[in-house]
Write a protein that binds this ligand. Structure first.
Ligand code: URA
Length: 199
């Protein structure tokens, strides 16, 4: 993971980072995935959403949140005035794990320097972690997502400290639709934070 970190640090732009990942061979997932799934949306945006890992639809298209979870995410974002022109979207792991299993701790560790660099280069004001995997990877908490959701964590990039909001993953909300009221609270808090930060 040390060399992945040194490598990721050499990327001066998001395009360079994507290029590095396209040539990176130290994560086994890349050999079973069809496509690298790097990002979607506007890297200039003030808010960045980070999910877990691509599924079959994302693997086919090469962009994050393209399937049913993505459709729900788009509706939740739209409810607070966000879409992929004013938000940036990525995943902690940029290749689909076979059969949509969870990424292993080793795969997460290998990929982490790249998502951290991606966040630093996009430099959003607010980072939203979708689900427990992204939250545990980036917020520095071991708490489960039902405990950490709705909480704001400090997130340090090499440039500055920004705020990280943990919330529920849309795939979970598809299975547990009654929990959408919790996600809705988080999205309203996100909207308020974006409004408060506007000059
Ligand atoms: N779930 C995720 O975490 N990310 C995607 O891109 C799609 C589904």
């Amino acid at each position: 993971a040390g060399d992945a970190r040194d490598l990721a640090a050499t990327a001066a732009t998001l395009e360079e980072l994507e290029g590095l990942l396209a040539r990176f061979e130290s994560c086994a997932l890349r050999f079973t995935a069809k496509n690298l799934v790097f990002a979607d949306g506007n890297p200039q945006a003030r808010v960045m959403f980070v999910g877990e890992a691509p599924g079959a639809d994302e693997d086919r298209v090469g962009k994050p949140f393209m399937g049913r979870s993505g459709q729900l995410l788009d509706r939740m974002m739209a409810a607070i005035g966000l879409d992929r022109t004013n938000a940036y979207v990525g995943n902690v792991v940029p290749w689909r794990p076979p059969g949509n299993r969870n990424p292993t701790p080793q795969e997460l560790a290998t990929c982490k320097p790249f998502i951290e660099r991606q966040i630093a280069l996009a430099d959003p004001d607010i980072l939203v972690c979708l689900g427990g995997v992204a939250t545990q990877a980036l917020a520095g908490t071991k708490d489960g997502i039902l405990k950490s959701r709705g909480r704001w964590f400090p997130y340090r990039t090499d440039k500055r400290e920004i705020r990280l909001l943990a919330t529920l993953h849309p795939a979970y909300l598809l299975r547990q639709p009654l929990q959408k009221r919790l996600a809705w609270r988080d999205f309203r808090a996100l909207r308020a934070a974006l409004d408060a930060g506007r000059p």
